[in-house]
Design a protein around this ligand. Structure first.
Ligand SMILES: NC(=O)c1ccc[n+]([C@@H]2O[C@H](COP(=O)([O-])OP(=O)(O)OC[C@H]3O[C@@H](n4cnc5c(N)ncnc54)[C@H](O)[C@@H]3O)[C@@H](O)[C@H]2O)c1
Length: 336
């Protein structure tokens, strides 16, 4: 394939704007051709930064556009499933931001549609698999010296948001990343979860200041995922694993150690765009390379589905106060 792949981007906010700019400046073999956002000024500003891409007013029209070879979905979570289904219907590859859907039933529709098609068109935006710190941790595990992992511990902090978030949103929008990370690094499936939370406000029991989800893996290992929804100090994602013959963690971040005004320490990133800056570029480079070689091989729609199945179980556990098993459809042959 000689000419550049023409990419349509749906949603030009924090994430979509970053993807569009990264595609333009850091990804050989790709060119942003069309941008759609409900906020036209945002679409225009992103198009101007992307070498004169066109804009349009409708996501479905963008997917059908003959000048779009592949699609990035970075609009809000509830839009993902229908747009991903439209990409499958149009036969166009898509990098769909997480979550795959906001309900397990919708995620199942997407997985079934792709399985019926018989080829992988969807890659999920689980970019931690491209983060050098996470990759180094996985390499240490697969090298074998540490032995079998026995315990996964994931820490995920957000700086803050204006309003308290609901527990459902923290699970589906944030913890879904950690569920995928746990499955990927432990090379095992989660069998059951027990979720608890501290409400952000005592008079709003469904609000979430802190979420703790304990995991039990099919192979018997344990795990915990802590999501601090409003840390007040910054954005962090860390993983620590206890293994049969040692421990491994994602290690200190590369920011410099500073001494100034009577204090010393490292800056904490304010958000994911800073912490995972490199991962987002590597994710897009790999996605485009894989499309030019045949088809996507990064995190799949199945990964999106199973992470959402774990999220659903966590929501049920939160409501019942009981450990809850993961209920999922059988894995279609397409996903190996
Ligand atoms: N992989 C990651 O690390 C990561 C990080 C942040 C966000 N995300 C995901 O990316 C998506 C976008 O998040 P964000 O942080 O960029 O949000 P954002 O609010 O900054 O941007 C969303 C954009 O979508 C536009 N929009 C709203 N409804 C739309 C529609 N129906 N069609 C097209 N555009 C529409 C908004 O005008 C806005 O510009 C979300 O699904 C989020 O979960 C992923």
């Amino acid at each position: 394939m000689g000419s550049a792949l023409r990419i349509g981007v749906i949603g030009a906010g924090g994430m979509g704007g970053r993807h569009a700019r990264n595609l333009t400046t850091h990804v050989p073999g790709a060119q942003v051709s069309l941008i759609m956002d409900l906020d036209q000024a945002r679409a225009d500003a992103t198009a101007a930064a992307c070498g004169g891409a066109r804009t349009c007013a409708d996501g479905q029209a963008l997917i059908r556009d003959p000048e779009v070879d592949a699609v990035v979905i970075a609009s809000p979570d509830p839009t993902h499933a229908e747009l991903a289904l439209a990409c499958l219907a149009a036969g166009k590859p898509v990098l769909c931001e997480k979550p795959l859907a906001t309900s397990l039933a919708d995620a199942e529709r997407v997985v079934r549609a792709e399985a019926e098609l018989g080829r992988r068109l969807i890659q999920l935006g689980f970019m931690r698999v491209y983060d050098p710190a996470h990759r180094a941790l996985q390499a240490a595990l697969t090298e074998g010296r540490l032995g079998r992992p026995l315990l996964f511990r994931g820490l995920h902090t957000n700086l803050a948001t204006g309003h308290p978030r609901s527990a459902a949103d923290v699970i589906i929008n944030s913890a879904v990343h950690d569920f995928h990370s746990a499955r990927w690094l432990m090379a095992d499936e989660v069998a059951s979860v027990q979720a608890q939370h501290v409400p952000a406000r005592p008079d709003q029991p469904d609000s979430c200041r802190l979420l703790l989800v304990q995991l039990r893996f099919a192979g018997g290992a344990l795990g915990s995922v802590e999501v601090n929804a409003a840390s007040g100090y910054g954005y962090e994602v860390e993983v620590a694993l206890t293994c049969e013959h040692g421990m491994a963690s994602t290690g200190p971040q590369p920011e410099p150690w500073l001494r100034s005004a009577g204090q010393q320490g490292q800056a904490v990133p304010p958000d994911w765009l800073v912490r995972f800056e490199q991962a987002y570029v590597l994710e897009l480079q790999d996605w485009i390379r894989s499309l030019r070689a045949g088809q996507a091989h990064g995190p799949s729609a199945w990964d999106g589905y199973i992470s959402l199945a774990i999220a659903e179980a966590a929501r049920h556990s939160l409501a019942s106060g009981q450990p809850t098993g993961i209920t999922a459809m059988a894995r279609p042959a397409l996903y190996g």
